[in-house]
Structures are given as C-alpha cells and as structure tokens.
Design a protein around this ligand. Structure first.
Ligand code: FAD
Ligand code: MG
Length: 353
C-alpha cells in the first residue's frame, strides 16, 4: 500500500513562479508617473496587469478591457468550463467534426506545430492522461498513482494514432473545424492558451494607448516598453526554495517569458514528486531531470508552450533545441544542481552572471 503525503501545496493560484519587485519608494503624489498594478483570478491562476504612467480613467479602462479579453479566451480554451468549445469537443463522441472559432483553431494549430517540432514532447491532447494522474482541474485532486495498465493502454492508443489524433481544418469559406480521432486525444491547452491570452491582453493594452506594461499570469509574462526608461525587473522563483529568487531579468521593450516548473502542481508519493508536466512518451510526470525552464521569445504563446516542451526534453536536448531556433532563449535548472542559460537570455543568476 503506497503511503503518500501531500506536501503543503503551493497555493496553486499564487503565481509563485515569477515575482517582480520594484526598486525605490513609490512617490505618493498621484500625478507622478509610477507603476499601477491590478491583480485578478483568471485561467486558474492570478493575473497581474502593471502599467507605467500617471493613473487615470483611460488607463483603468484599458486594464478592464484587458481582463475582458483574457476571459474571452478563457471561455474558448478552458477544459473546466462546461460552456467552452474545448469542453464540448472533449465530451462528444470522437470523429465528430465541430465548427470552432478561428482563435481556438489558431491555438490548437500552433500546439500541433509545436508537437511536431518538439517530437511529441509537447502535446495538446493529454487530457486523458492528466485526468488519470488526478490533474483534472490543474491541481491534483487525488494523490494517487494510476494503474500501469491504464497508462500502457493510453500509450498504445497514442502510438496507433500519432499522426492524426487531433485535426484542425480550414473550410473553403474560411471557417474552421476541429475533430478528435480518439477520446484519448482530448484537448488540454493548459501549456499554451495562457501564453496566447497574455499576447492578446497586451495587444488590447496597446490598442487602448498604453505603451508601457507588464502582464503576468502564473508562470508566464508579456512585457512592453519600460518604467519611464528604466527596465522592468523580474525575479525567477527558486524551484526548491519558495522564499527565494534564483535569477532576475531586466527588460525594456517587447518580449515574453514563460517558466515551467515541477514545483507548482504536484503531490509526493513515497518521497517521489508526481508533478503536472507529463512526458507523453512514458505517460508519467517527466523525469527529464529538469526542475525549472524559463523561455524568452517574442510571442507569449510560443514561450509558454516551449517552456513545457523543453522541460520534457531535458538538459541536453533542451539546450540543442534552444540553440537551434532563432529568437528563442532559455534558462534551464536541473535537479542535480546543473544550470545553463543561452547566450542571448536576458537575465542573470542571483549569485553571479
Ligand atoms: P506549463 O508548463 O505551461 O503547463 C503545464 C500544464 O500543461 C499542465 O497543467 C497540463 O495542463 C498541461 N501539460 C502537462 N504536460 C504537458 C505536455 N507534455 N505538453 C502539453 N501540455 C502539457 N487551472 C485550474 O486549476 N482551474 C481552472 O479553472 C483553470 N482554467 C484554465 C483555463 C485556461 C484557458 C487555461 C489556459 C488554463 C487553465 N487552468 C486552470 C490551468 C492552469 O492555469 C495552467 O495550466 C497551469 O497554471 C499550468 O500552467 P503553467 O504555465 O504553470 O505550466
Ligand atoms: Mg506555461
């Protein structure tokens, strides 16, 4: 009988992966330019929108519009919300073709592209497996190890459908359809839709005329501009010490960064950490040896998905992958203490470059 203790979870909605701090006292006079932050719960995590400037009605309106945009995308891509197209597709008989909004088709299509270039390390169709491991709602609802029989039949099924599984098609009239070939490919967009939502949130912010902002959701963030010419300073959570920062970045201009780690959603069984980033090759939590991966890219959706993909690839394949792709930078930390960051990664370890 396996004993297990569920470690005190990280309060799963607290974005403990990234914290950011601002140096210098905030001037109290309202007319002085400063950082204004608003935090709300969205997509199963806390989303913080920070802008630089003088607080006023137009900035407040922009922030409201940003959160409306995020909830629009959440209602498309959530697998928990019964009214979302993802929920309906996941609970319908397979091989049924569904008309889907273009935005959802875009996210799933991108997920399938990243599945291809990551040789299956990233896979947008892992619901069945995640539910087996008890991650139905993001955080583990039962700290149990699934029967290996259930895992092996999923692996068998996946092998037989590897090419298809999930189909996204554009009809001649410009509309999109989506089809699952088998229930074991039900959609989980937890590792890509958040990044997409933050991209769209920043787009909304700029359309509202705000050029200097930082939007953080869980382990992902999108940046624009600066704090009156000074960089946005971001700390990256130490994967084994929640009260510590292990590295920080100073960023001016448009960029995204996403961090994936094995310390956000997990449970312990007989001293082994069963976390929420699954290796589709084994059907189990990834044992790649990595415990934290931060990816910097132009697009938040890409950074989000690649941080998960590289986490599953492990140190050597992850390094090679990051060095191969233009515009992708990364910071990798392994359980054995090994750490690496790519030449162009904007940021440094707290204990030195
Ligand atoms: P990432 O590494 O980016 O993603 C890990 C997540 O991706 C896992 O949780 C799993 O969902 C999935 N995944 C695991 N392995 C792989 C793999 N190999 N390839 C691809 N995907 C994989 N959580 C809640 O608790 N309640 C909610 O109501 C809720 N609603 C959500 C709605 C939306 C639209 C989205 C996008 C997510 C929602 N989540 C919810 C989930 C949650 O916010 C994130 O999935 C979770 O924070 C993990 O994201 P991450 O960036 O920390 O980790
Ligand atoms: Mg992510």
């Amino acid at each position: 009988m396996q004993s297990f203790s569920i470690k005190k979870w990280v309060p799963w909605f607290l974005p403990l992966v990234l914290v950011f701090w601002f140096f210098g006292k905030k001037p109290s006079e309202p007319s002085v330019e400063q950082v204004h932050s608003t935090t709300r719960l969205a997509m199963g995590t806390l989303v913080t929108v920070s802008t630089w400037g003088v607080k006023g009605p137009s900035e407040e309106k922009a922030v409201d519009r940003v959160f409306t945009r995020i909830s629009q995308i959440e209602s498309l891509a959530s697998r928990q919300d019964k009214s979302s197209p993802v929920y309906k597709i996941n609970h319908a008989p397979t091989k049924k073709t569904w008309p889907v909004p273009e935005e959802l088709a875009t996210i799933v299509q991108k997920g399938l592209e990243i599945k291809k270039i990551s040789h299956g390390a990233f896979d947008p169709g892992l619901v069945f497996l995640l539910d087996l491991w008890g991650f139905a709602n993001g955080v583990p609802d039962v700290g149990k190890i699934p029967e290996s029989q259930a895992i092996s039949s999923w692996l068998e099924n996946r092998k037989n459908h590897l090419e298809e599984g999930i189909r996204v098609e554009k009809s001649p009239d410009g509309t999109y359809t989506l089809q699952l070939d088998d229930v074991s490919f039900a959609l989980d967009l937890g590792a890509i839709a958040k990044g997409y939502a933050l991209d769209k949130a920043m787009e909304t912010m700029k359309q509202a005329g705000v050029a200097n902002a930082l939007i953080i959701g869980g382990g992902d963030m999108v940046i624009a501009g600066s704090k009156g010419g000074k960089p946005w300073r971001i700390g990256i959570q130490h994967p084994r010490d929640h009260d510590k920062i292990m590295a920080f970045s100073e960023i001016v201009g448009d960029m995204s960064m996403a961090t994936s780690g094995d310390y956000e959603r997990f449970f312990m069984v007989d001293g082994e950490r069963q976390h929420h980033i699954l290796d589709p090759e084994t059907g189990r939590p990834s044992r790649s040896g990595l415990i934290s991966v931060s990816i910097q890219a132009k697009e938040g959706m890409l950074a989000d998905a690649l941080s998960t993909a590289v986490f599953v690839m492990g140190m050597e394949k992850g390094k090679a992958f990051i060095e191969k792709w233009e515009g992708i930078e990364g910071m990798l930390v392994a359980e054995n203490g090994e750490r690496w960051k790519s030449v162009g990664f904007k940021g440094q370890w707290l204990d030195g470059p």
